[in-house]
Each structure stands twice: as structure tokens, then as C-alpha cells.
Write a protein that binds this ligand. Structure first.
Ligand code: PLP
Length: 391
């Protein structure tokens, strides 16, 4: 069916790709071992260091975010190593616990409610008794995309420092990077994992690791060296010195990434974070006015990337999403795992502005009415009132 106007892609990633990024990718493929490629390679590696707020090594894989998770675990750890993963939602399970267990790691999965970020007290409770430092790594999802809860990394790192626990800190920034503040060096993160398709505004297909010196050393000291060539940090770093990659990179996605990084630098990272905070607050104002419940119950953990909303008892979230897609041509995020059918998610990240938010919330409000979901009208008005306040 032909549709008029633009589709609203308001899932929490992949996000809308700006025309500038699309145009930058619309170019002939070049020789990835030629001189022109080296300047592209150097530019994206340097640019991504600024986005991660780090002077450490950044690795770029032709992969999705899950590939970059696997890369982090494969390089930093050996089968049989014990690690702690904080349960925050669907992604702490599928992208981390499941991948780690398949790699032969012994996972201490610290239970969470799926209604808040990782708890510093729970982390302390798990690390404090480990006086022999058997735990080799702690994994935390910075922004849990299934629930709309952001973990307070600074506080979680402080727990590790207070206990003087030497475990590596591995952080999933797949849906936080370039949307909410993430400070790789200042927060002493050892390995950060990310993907191109969310805050970075690039199509899916690039995975990232930012790697501290401590993590690099750990990767050399492992009892069992990984047999993976594809994910090997050291192979990558050797080739990256001259701007190249050990195997064929995703050249045209890298053109897009170079443009996206330029756009983020033009806006200024802190302004990008403020823009996302404004949209997070405006969306929450709408949800409160509708009289609906957010999945995240802890105000200090509210996500500025997406808002996950609980459906009133007896109403199916996927029926609402289907109606909104068919009638208003807007995609919203589905409920994942135990939230399937019970919650839906509004993405408000990436290339996004005031009127796109107004349109998104307008579509949700019309959809709630059309689907007969009990709510109070006035959510859009509340959001617009928030947007009208000085930034
Ligand atoms: N981690 C988080 C927090 C995510 O949101 C996602 C995907 O949405 C992933 C990991 C997995 O990334 P991908 O789907 O690109 O493999």
C-alpha cells in the first residue's frame, strides 16, 4: 500500500537516519586498502573516541550490538571465569547472560525487578563477600532498552572502588551512547559496548568496543586465549594504527558514521544530552496526564532515551501498536520478554525534534482513544506545555 508523508519510526532503535547521513553513504565503494580509506578510518576512530569521552582504544566491527557484546566477553575473559551480570531487563538476559553462558563463563545473575536500573546496594552485596576476587568482571546495561531505566554508572563504579574490587567493569551503551551522558574514562569503565543504530543515527551494522588499558592487559593475560580472529582486539588495533582494518570493513556505513559524528560535534554532546532530557521529561508529562503507569518506577533511573508504558489490565499492547501502525503509520516498540503484550515503548532518541515528539505523542493519544484503552486525554497538551518552557 502506498502511504503519503513519512513513516514515524519511534521504536527505541533503529532510529531515524538523518538525510545528511543517508547522503554521505550514497557514494561509490572505495578500496579499503587504499589511501582514501585510511583517512576515513582514522576520522571515525578519532571521532568515536570523542563520543565515548575516552582516550582509550575504540574498536569498530561490522556487526550488530550483540556481536560487540560477544567481542567484549571473548577478548576480556576465559571460559570458566566467574562474572556478575546485573539483571535490568530483556537485554541483560539475551545480550549478556545468554551470550556469556554460551561462551562458558560462570554467571552470577543478580536479580532485578525490570522496573529500575542496577542497584548499587545489590552490587555491593554481591562483591563484598568476594574477598578472594574470584569475580573477574561486572556487566551492567547502562540504558535498559526493554524497560526505559538508566543505571547510575558513577554510583556503581564507586561501589567497586570502595571495595577495591579489581573486576573489570563492562558496560552496554548500545542504547545510551550519544543520547545520555556516558563518560568512559571518568567512570573508569573497562569495556564499553555499543551499536550504530540508536543515538548515533546510523543504520544498523556497526558494533563498537571502547577498551581500557586494564582490559587490554587482561586480554593478554587470559588463561585460555580465545581462538576468535574476527573479534580479536589486538588484530584490530594493529591495523587501525594506519587507519585500516584487518578484514573488509563496512565502508559505506563508515561514511555515514563520519557524518553522524560531525553532526553530533556540531550540536555539542552536552546539548545532545539536554535535548534528550527535554524529550524524556515531556514524554513522561504526557504519560502522567494520560493516567498511565511507566514501567520504570524509580524517578532517578528514568530514561531519556525511551519511555516504556504499562497497559491497563485486560488491554493488549500489541493490539494498540498494530492499530497505531495501520492507522497512523507509526512504529512503536513492542514489550519484550515478560513484558510482551503488557507494555509498549516510545523511542525519543537520535535525530528527533519538538514537532516529531508532538506527532509521536499525538499518534499515541489518538491510538489510545481508537483502541478503547482507558486513559485521560491531555497528554499531548501536557508535553507541549513542558516543551514551551525555556530549555
Ligand atoms: N543491548 C541493548 C541495551 C540493546 O538495546 C540492544 C538492541 O536493541 C542490544 C544490546 C543488542 O543489539 P543488536 O540488536 O544490535 O544486536
Amino acid at each position: 500500500m502506498s502511504r503519503s508523508g513519512r513513516h514515524f519510526l519511534q521504536i527505541p532503535g533503529p532510529t531515524n537516519v538523518p538525510d545528511r547521513v543517508l547522503r554521505a553513504m550514497d557514494a561509490p565503494v572505495i578500496d579499503h586498502r587504499g589511501p582514501e580509506f585510511a583517512s576515513l578510518g582514522r576520522a571515525v576512530l578519532e571521532g568515536m573516541r570523542a563520543i565515548f569521552q575516552t582516550a582509550a582504544h575504540v574498536i569498530i566491527y561490522p556487526s550488530s550490538g550483540t556481536g560487540a557484546c560477544e567481542a567484549a566477553l571473548t577478548n576480556a575473559l576465559s571460559p570458566g571465569d566467574r562474572i556478575v551480570i546485573m539483571e535490568t531487563g530483556w537485554f541483560s538476559h539475551v545480550a549478556w547472560r545468554q551470550v556469556a553462558e554460551r561462551l562458558g563463563l560462570v554467571v552470577d545473575y543478580v536479580p532485578g525487578t525490570w522496573r529500575r536500573g542496577a542497584s548499587p546496594d545489590d552490587l555491593e552485596g554481591r562483591l563484598a563477600p568476594d574477598r578472594g576476587h574470584a569475580i573477574k568482571a561486572v556487566v551492567i546495561v547502562h540504558n535498559e532498552t526493554s524497560t526505559g531505566a538508566t543505571s547510575r554508572l558513577r554510583d556503581l563504579r564507586a561501589v567497586m572502588n570502595r571495595l577495591r574490587h579489581p573486576a573489570l567493569l563492562i558496560v552496554d551503551t548500545v542504547s545510551s551512547l550519544a543520547s545520555v551522558d556516558y563518560r568512559h574514562d571518568e567512570w573508569e569503565v573497562d569495556v564499553a559496548v555499543s551499536g550504530s543504530q540508536k543515538g548515533l543515527m546510523v543504520p544498523p551494522g556497526l558494533g563498537f568496543n571502547a577498551v581500557s588499558e586494564k582490559a587490554l592487559k587482561a586480554s593478554l593475560a587470559r588463561s585460555t586465549r580465545s581462538t576468535s580472529t574476527y573479534w580479536d582486539w589486538h588484530e584490530m588495533i594493529r591495523a587501525n594504527v594506519a587507519g585500516y582494518f584487518p578484514y573488509t570493513p563496512a565502508t559505506n556505513l563508515l561514511y555515514g558514521l563520519r557524518e553522524a559524528v560531525t553532526m553530533l560535534q556540531e550540536e555539542g554532546l552536552q546539548n545532545t544530552f539536554c535535548r534528550h532530557a527535554r524529550y524524556g521529561e515531556a514524554t513522561r508529562a504526557a504519560v502522567r496526564a494520560w493516567g498511565l503507569e511507566m514501567v520504570c518506577e524509580e524517578p532517578s533511573d528514568y530514561s531519556n532515551v525511551l519511555t516504556a508504558i504499562m497497559m491497563p489490565e485486560g488491554h493488549d499492547a500489541d493490539r494498540l501498536r498494530k492499530l497505531i501502525l495501520e492507522r497512523f503509520d507509526m512504529s512503536l516498540g513492542t514489550g519484550l520478554g515478560k513484558l510482551a503484550g503488557k507494555a509498549f515503548r516510545i523511542g525519543h532518541l537520535g535525530s528527533f525534534n519538538d514537532l516529531m515528539l508532538a506527532g509521536t505523542l499525538g499518534g499515541v493519544e489518538m491510538g489510545l482513544a481508537a483502541a478503547g484503552v482507558p486513559h485521560r486525554p491531555g497528554g499531548v497538551t501536557a508535553a507541549l506545555a513542558h516543551l514551551a518552557q525555556p530549555a
